[in-house]
Design a protein around this ligand. Structure first.
Ligand code: PMP
Length: 458
């Protein structure tokens, strides 16, 4: 009998959980996390877990960074809130903007702040449409995205997202979204097709779609350099070179959504550097503040932002902005967080620990359930199959990855399934011993699941 005053019972009574199966939640209740300690979180029964997803891909500096707490307290004491409407400003807004422009992977001109990745992407769309109108190109509004992309869940962002469970029964509000093939070589390449040939075919698909739609109607392509929530999809060799050549040919802007990729995750400060991408717009969040407080930032280059600024003059105002956008406490925390990432060279640690993690996972490639191990920097995924040669997924879809993720939880690891893959994105402060421990617990979990399904798989 559950105590009706327990936090679990009160959660079931009062909380509506996103990204959760509602009726199942009534039965199983919540896992209540109480404390953070480095790469670990501790539940209300005292059980310790490796947070192998850094929360939601975001707690880069770990769960107990005192310097971020101190930065927040200092700013709270000085000026707990202000905004940037009507020509107002304050220190952390300017300091963080200057810092982001100075560290951007390509020359950028201005920063606009929002509170979440979704809000940022909605804002990008609105600003690009505003710009198209300002430039006398009201027909140039279509946006290119890709299947399995994740760009958020607000009205416009969810339309850019390419995951069915984010669309079903919500309707797709934004028309004119052009959807391309997911660049996942393992699942989408033709038999025997090399990575380069696959990339060429995807660039041809892009060009074909632009020509079908009419280049004068296509505004921008939005993309995660490495797809995150869609399953850590690392682009095939030459993909970004070929895609960018097509966009340039037809004067189509590129928006890099580095909400997951940014701030060291791929082994460089930005994935745009890792893949030699020159975005016109760069979207940042998550590891910007290690999620200690919500904040997101959009960087625009001069070519994009100049017509927007001029149009605001003609209209008298840029009629867009959020109460909490660039919140002084969140901005102060973000600045301190970036200092920590730079001082400790956590991008280099992502490279070193990522290589160790992938080596450990690749050593499991002979395991009967492992189809593909992929990743870059400190992002990795293991694609699970029941028939390695035929790459056959377990039935029903997604069940195997969910079972492995459940087994990992029992073995003290918070992880995340996506489709047929189990994903890894631990805090960037992780050490070699902790990586080895994580791989060991993953192997145990795979074996636990294999034992439980052998009759079904045979
Ligand atoms: N873009 C990307 C690439 C993301 O991974 C996410 C969140 N996982 C978002 C946008 C949306 O961010 P938020 O959840 O803060 O709205």
């Amino acid at each position: 009998m559950v105590n009706p005053n327990s936090i679990e019972a009160r959660d079931i009574a009062y909380v509506l959980h996103g990204n959760t199966n509602g009726p199942k939640h009534r039965d199983v209740g919540p896992l209540v996390v109480e404390e953070g300690d480095g790469i670990y979180v501790i539940d209300n029964n005292g059980k310790r877990y490796i947070e192998a997803m850094a929360g939601l891909w975001s707690v880069g500096v770990g769960f107990s960074e005192k310097r971020l707490v101190d930065a927040a307290v200092r700013q709270m004491n000085k000026l707990p809130y202000y905004h940037s409407f009507y020509h107002r400003s304050y220190g952390p807004l300017v300091d963080l903007s200057e810092k982001l422009i100075s560290m951007a992977p390509v020359p950028m001109s201005k920063v606009f702040f929002t509170n979440s990745g979704s809000e940022a992407n909605d804002t990008v769309l609105k600003f690009l449409w505003f710009r198209a109108n300002a430039m006398g190109q009201p027909q140039k509004k279509k946006i290119i995205t890709r299947n399995r992309a994740y760009h958020g869940i607000t009205i416009a962002a969810s339309s850019l997202t390419g995951l069915p469970h984010n669309h079903r029964s919500f309707d797709l509000i934004v028309p004119d979204v052009i959807r391309l093939t997911c660049p996942h070589h393992y699942r989408e390449a033709l038999p025997g097709e090399a990575e380069e040939a696959f990339a060429t075919r995807l660039a041809e698909e892009l060009e074909q779609r632009i020509l079908e739609e009419g280049p004068e109607t296509v505004c921008a392509m939005i993309a995660e350099p490495v797809m995150g929530a869609g399953g850590v999809i690392v682009p095939p060799a030459t993909y970004w070179t070929k895609i960018q050549a097509v966009l340039k040919k037809y004067d189509i802007l590129l928006v890099a959504d580095e909400v997951i990729n940014g701030f060291g995750r791929t082994g460089e400060m930005f994935a745009s550097t890792t893949y030699d991408i020159a975005p016109d717009v760069l979207v940042l969040s998550k590891q910007l503040s290690s999620s200690y407080l919500p904040i997101s930032a959009i960087l625009f280059n001069e070519k994009v932002v100049e017509p927007i600024i001029e149009e605001s003059g003609r209209l008298g105002i840029l009629g867009h902005g959020f109460t909490g956008g660039g919140h002084p406490v969140a901005a102060a925390v973000a600045l301190e967080n970036i200092n920590i990432i730079e001082e400790r060279d956590l991008a280099a640690n992502s490279t070193a620990m990522g290589e160790r993690l992938r080596a450990g996972l690749k050593a499991l490639e002979d395991h009967p359930l492992v189809g593909e191990v992929r990743g870059v920097g400190l992002l990795a995924a293991v694609e699970l199959v029941v028939d390695k040669a035929a790459k056959t997924a377990f039935e029903p879809a997604g069940r195997l990855a969910a079972m492995v993720s459940d087994a990992m939880l029992a073995n003290g690891v918070m992880s995340r399934p996506s489709g047929e893959a189990v994903l890894f994105c631990p805090p960037m402060i992780i050490t070699a011993d902790q990586v080895d421990d994580l791989v060991g617990r993953f192997k145990t979990s795979l074996d636990n699941v294999l034992e439980s399904i052998v009759p079904a798989a045979a």
